[in-house]
Design a protein. Structure first.
Length: 119
């Protein structure tokens, strides 16, 4: 998942409730609005805000980010990173893990993960 989608999901999950987090989130949305000429992108964000735990809506947002090539726009990626930094410093950070590839195991908070391959 790209950093833009991750930061938007994290901000929504964190509740986007505090000053600098809200400012960074709204700033990212405005930047996306300015740089994306498709209404579908903003609709995807609004739909995710309404139902933040929906995997389908998260994937819809990711698809729009990729379709609009926003993950290649350095200004938007930097705004997404700033948003993640604000979430981390606010103490409202939710742990989001992503993995790409085959045979990947991830663990967090003292848990463990195992990949077993039977060939």
């Amino acid at each position: 998942m790209d950093p833009i989608t991750i930061s938007i999901i994290a901000a929504i999950a964190a509740g986007v409730i505090q000053g600098s987090v809200t400012d960074a989130y709204n700033g990212l949305k405005q930047l996306i609005k300015r740089k994306s000429n498709k209404q579908d992108m903003l609709v995807a964000i609004e739909r995710l805000e309404q139902k933040p735990k929906s995997k389908a809506r998260q994937m819809e947002l990711q698809e729009q980010v990729e379709e609009n090539k926003l993950d290649k726009d350095t200004e938007i990626v930097e705004a997404a990173k700033k948003l993640m930094d604000e979430i981390k410093s606010s103490g409202n950070e939710k742990h989001i893990m992503q993995a790409k590839g085959n045979f990947i195991a991830q663990a967090d908070h003292g848990s463990s993960a195992i990949v077993t391959i039977n060939r």
